[in-house]
Write a protein that binds this ligand. Structure first.
Ligand SMILES: [Zn+2]
Ligand SMILES: [Zn+2]
Ligand SMILES: [Zn+2]
Length: 348
């Protein structure tokens, strides 16, 4: 099959072991759905109402320090707690199954300036954030009961982010959550079957094809994956085989900061808006097993479809059948390649 096919087809995602339906001809249909608000960047460096700005009080009355770099704290409204829990009472049926779930949820502020984003920070300002993510992965993953450390960022009201202050979250759990568990299984099976890393081989195939690659720096490759579900979904892969953040050298951490900055600038420039997304790292579980199969990567899942205000919905066939997309990953990659790496809204 020619990858640029304009007829309906489905593509295999070997990392999730699932399919996505691609329907390029549908982009001609008229749009009469919801039109969301365009998100203008905030110009306010300090917001007295923001619970993440330096010196401000958080819910519960704790005051943030006057931090001038990164700042992390345990989430005041954590979804999971570290306390030992009693076993779940027997339900009388093996189909009504439950297990206690423990975890530690933290918030990491990337910068004291309320108005900034990864797109409007410099790579030199993002590097300490990469160092903090690495430290958190080591510290949380080093706890003997933590099996997985999920680092992520929700950006924009469209993704449910309640606060524009530049920050991310780190949820660490005493179990491996479903997405990384599925990717662990797929990568493990590929290594066992072929003796090679799934994502090292996938990266080589994408480099040979070229048409879905956004850019490469010395140590990372950004691309729209073959199996992308979200219109402008991006996968960021380390070019060297490494399972987790602590394996990266100083220059690799610099390259990661550079790549995160360049992806988010291109996103913002695409529709001249503060581009919403969920971004997160997938890396080796910290369950004390060895994980030679694991290849570090970041997923960007942005909801915008055709402008700053028209978003993609996952409804109907996608909820009941399988994910589906209209524009091809190749045309999305072309548009992101065409987007400038100079932010449309420079810092004064
Ligand atoms: Zn703030
Ligand atoms: Zn690899
Ligand atoms: Zn992944």
């Amino acid at each position: 099959m020619e990858s640029k096919s304009q007829s309906p087809h489905r593509r295999w995602n070997p990392l999730r072991q699932s399919w996505v339906l691609v329907s390029p001809h549908r982009t001609q249909r008229p749009w009469q759905g919801e039109v969301a608000q365009k998100a203008s960047p905030s110009g306010v460096s300090y917001d007295p109402q923001c619970y993440l700005c330096p010196g401000n009080k958080r819910a519960g009355g704790v005051a943030n320090p006057m931090y001038d770099g990164i700042f992390s704290f345990v989430n005041d409204y954590a979804a999971l707690m570290p306390d030992s829990l009693p076993a779940f009472a027997a339900t009388g049926s093996p189909l009504l199954k439950a297990e206690p779930a423990r975890g530690l949820c933290k918030v990491l502020c990337f910068h004291p300036d309320h108005s900034l984003t990864l797109a409007r920070m410099t790579p030199a300002e993002i590097r300490p954030v990469v160092d903090a993510w690495t430290r958190e992965y080591q510290e949380l993953g080093g706890l003997d009961w933590i099996q997985y450390v999920q680092i992520f960022e929700n950006r924009g009201a469209m993704m449910g982010a309640s606060n524009p202050h530049p920050h991310g979250q780190i949820w660490s759990t005493d179990f491996v959550p479903d997405e990384p568990a599925a990717e662990t299984k797929a990568q493990h099976e590929h290594l066992a079957l072929t003796g090679r890393c799934l994502l090292c081989e996938y990266l080589a195939a994408e480099q040979a094809a070229g048409e879905r690659i956004l850019f490469e720096n010395d140590h990372f490759t950004a691309l729209v994956p073959w199996w992308a579900v979200w219109p402008f979904e991006v996968l960021l892969l380390s070019r060297r085989h490494a399972g987790a953040l602590p394996e990266f050298t100083g220059s690799e951490r610099d390259a990661l900061a550079d790549a995160l900055n360049r992806i988010t600038i291109r996103f913002d420039n695409l529709f001249e808006t503060s581009f919403p997304y969920t971004m997160g790292f997938h890396q080796a579980p910290t369950d004390k097993g060895t994980h030679p199969e694991w290849h570090f990567h970041a997923h960007f899942y942005p909801p915008l479809l055709r402008s700053a205000t028209v978003r993609k919905f996952m409804v109907g066939f996608e909820m009941l059948g399988m994910p589906q997309r209209d524009i091809t990953p190749e045309s999305a990659a072309q548009r992101l390649r065409d987007a400038s790496e100079v932010h449309f809204w420079p810092r004064s």
